[in-house]
Design a protein. Structure first.
Length: 265
């Protein structure tokens, strides 16, 4: 892969500290499990950031050098400072990739980039989730450990169900079916500005989903796919002409605005 992809894993890191049952699953936090999954490929240079750090761990300097940002949030969406949200959004528009995970669907950054409520139906009943690979040619679906039917299963997960209030994805890679009967668009891709966004549904904090081999492979592939390819900074310059231009008519001002309507009537 050449130079390692510079990735940041952002996590609220609240559940793991407040609930013993969740701490047993993710003793160092969800972010550390995801970081380790990326690091073991040898193709990522990974750092982590959490809500309680100054600037939520997302300084201008850090984001300027980040090629892909993973985002896990749940119970503290409202505690993320709007200034930081705008900072992340600007970097996505410039080209940084964003991978939004599970309940991050309701995060400020995802809702801002989508322009919709991003609401859905949910149920926590530890039910089976069957994830269908409906676009096997997509880079995020490459080399997944799926069965001959073209799907893999997670034994216990929280249910998310349609309708998922999002813009129509540019590409839909995965669709989930749940034991209770619901279906959900669980792997969605968008382009925003110069940046790529991938939303991936599985990952409720009460279950060991992020240890799943297929899930980890998807997270790795998502990093490859979404990582910044070009940086286009927000500028609106007054551009000189490339070719010679004639003098504008005298009745027009410098900005192309008619100075006196009577002069051209």
């Amino acid at each position: 892969m050449g130079t390692p992809i510079r990735a940041v894993i952002w996590n609220e890191f609240i559940h793991e500290q407040e609930h013993e049952a969740i701490r047993k699953i993710y003793p160092k936090g969800i972010h550390q499990v995801i970081a380790e999954a990326l690091e073991k490929t040898g193709n990522f240079s990974v750092s982590t950031a959490t809500l309680d750090q100054p600037e939520h761990g997302l300084s201008k300097e850090l984001l300027e050098n980040t090629q892909v940002l993973y985002w896990w949030g749940h119970i503290a969406h409202d505690k993320v400072q709007n200034e930081i949200v705008e900072r992340v959004k600007q970097r996505v528009l410039e080209g940084m990739g964003l991978v939004v995970l599970h309940s991050g669907h309701y995060s400020k950054i995802f809702r801002s980039l989508m322009g919709t409520t991003c609401s859905l139906k949910w149920r926590e009943a530890a039910e089976k989730e069957r994830i269908w690979v409906i676009e096997p040619s997509h880079p995020i679906a490459q080399d997944l450990p799926v069965n001959e039917g073209g799907y893999f299963e997670i034994p216990h997960e929280e249910m998310y169900g349609e309708r998922f209030e999002i813009p129509v994805p540019d590409e839909l890679v995965f669709v989930s079916w749940f034991q209770g009967g619901e279906v959900f668009r669980s792997g969605c891709c968008w382009n925003r500005g110069a940046g790529r966004i991938f939303y991936f549904r599985p990952g409720h904090e009460s279950y060991p989903t992020y240890y799943n081999t297929a899930v980890q492979k998807i997270l790795v592939n998502a990093g490859y796919w979404a990582a910044e390819r070009v940086k286009i900074q927000d500028r609106c310059p007054n551009s000189p002409a490339l070719e010679p231009l004639p003098e504008p008519p005298a009745e027009f001002g410098q900005a192309g605005i008619v100075q006196n309507l009577e002069d051209i009537q």
